[in-house]
Each structure stands twice: as structure tokens, then as C-alpha cells.
Design a protein around this ligand. Structure first.
Ligand SMILES: [Zn+2]
Length: 226
């Protein structure tokens, strides 16, 4: 990105960038530099918002905000992907393996407000099985960025499908979006849960298998009762 005319350039902002839910691998030194610059800019934002910097509750806020965004909320943008240790499927497991209740804690790309909910991942193994804790790590890595829930769901599915090479894979994400709740957009935002799903392999076409997935995931599909 070109620095705009008279505006003073900001060093790391000139460096390569990626979409909010992309990944840019940074060194420890680059992350420290990013944190320092952000702190200065958050202080400027607070001045613009007419927040007295000597207010004891706000004095360290620029530092706290910088640390929180770089080291926590956007951490997945700068870290390498989690290692996915695979094990051989020795017993030729051919049924669905479903992991429910994986926490999703993310922020939306649009407002940088929390997206909070849960994810269910299920797969039919091919030659490999995967440690369940790895599924949580993958969800966390993709969640710690500015996200769009639809894309988050696809990112998780693609990542696992490529590495695990299962016969079938399903990812269902159900979340509350606090940009709606906090702003009180209209109506029952607090009750509104957004549900997204991504299907790979046999789960794309096989509706019987998909029903079994949803049953094992504890997801009730209205109007689907026979
Ligand atoms: Zn939003």
C-alpha cells in the first residue's frame, strides 16, 4: 500500500499484508514492533475520542489494547498453523467420528466485535485419524483473526480435508454475533444464532450420512422428522 502524500508512513503497515482472516507469518521482533506502534495509535484514537489520558482507568489502555489485538484476538494471523499429528487408521474405522462443543471465540471482520459460539467437526476416516485436541487447535487458529463466519467454516473444512484426507468431513459452526447484540440492531439479536455448515467428500451428497452427522452432533433439524 502506498503512503498517502503528506501523511506520515507507519513502518509495519508498509509490510506485506493479507485479508483479515489470512495469515502473515511474523517474527518475535516484528510482533514487538507492531505492538509498540499500535500502542501509539490507540493513544491517538483515544485522544480523538476525547478520553483524558490521565484517567487512571484509561492510562494503560493503549498498551492493553495493543497487546490484546496482537497477542490474543488476532494471534492466528501471525502464528504458523498448528501441527496436525495423524495416526494410522489401523482398525479401518469406517463410521463417523464426531467432536462436539469446540469453542469458537473470534471477532467479526466488519466491526471487530466478538463472535462467540461452538463448532462441531465430524469425519469418516480414510487412512488416518486425528487427535481430537488438534481439532480445537485448528478452530482456534482460524478463529483468532478478523472473521466472517461463513469463511471461517470453509477455512476449517479445507484445512482438515487437505491434511486428514477423510472420506467425509462436516463442519458446523453456531455463533452469536455481538456486533448485532451490542448495537441493538433491531429485534431479538440476543437470541439470534448464526449457523453455517461446510461439507466435504461423501457428506456433500449422502443425505443419510448427513442426517447421522447431525444426530450425533446433537443438532435437530426442524421439518426433517420423518
Ligand atoms: Zn460485525
Amino acid at each position: 500500500m502506498q503512503a498517502n502524500g503528506s501523511r506520515r508512513s507507519i513502518s509495519t503497515v508498509e509490510a506485506p499484508s493479507a485479508d483479515a482472516n489470512g495469515n502473515v507469518r511474523l517474527s518475535a521482533a516484528e510482533l514487538e514492533q507492531m505492538e509498540r506502534e499500535l500502542e501509539q495509535h490507540f493513544a491517538a484514537i483515544m485522544r480523538i475520542l476525547r478520553i483524558d489520558p490521565s484517567d487512571p482507568n484509561s492510562a494503560d489502555t493503549p498498551k492493553r489494547l495493543a497487546r490484546m489485538w496482537v497477542r490474543e484476538l488476532f494471534r492466528g494471523r501471525y502464528e504458523p498453523p498448528p501441527r496436525c499429528t495423524l495416526f494410522p487408521n489401523r482398525r479401518r474405522v469406517s463410521g463417523l467420528v464426531v467432536s462436539q462443543g469446540i469453542d469458537v471465540r473470534s471477532v467479526c471482520s466488519h466491526h471487530w466485535q466478538p463472535i462467540i459460539g461452538q463448532c462441531v467437526i465430524g469425519y469418516v476416516p480414510g487412512d488416518f485419524i486425528i487427535g481430537l485436541s488438534k481439532l480445537n487447535r485448528v478452530v482456534e487458529w482460524f478463529s483468532r483473526r478478523g472473521q466472517v463466519q461463513e469463511e471461517l467454516t470453509e477455512q476449517i473444512a479445507d484445512f482438515l480435508y487437505e491434511r486428514l484426507k477423510p472420506k467425509a468431513l462436516g463442519v458446523v459452526v453456531a455463533c452469536r454475533h455481538y456486533c448485532m447484540i451490542l448495537r441493538g440492531v433491531e429485534g431479538d439479536e440476543e437470541q439470534a444464532v448464526m449457523v453455517t455448515a461446510a461439507w466435504r467428500g461423501e457428506l456433500e451428497q449422502n443425505m443419510e450420512l448427513r442426517r447421522e452427522f447431525l444426530h450425533l452432533a446433537g443438532i435437530h433439524v426442524p421439518y426433517d422428522d420423518q
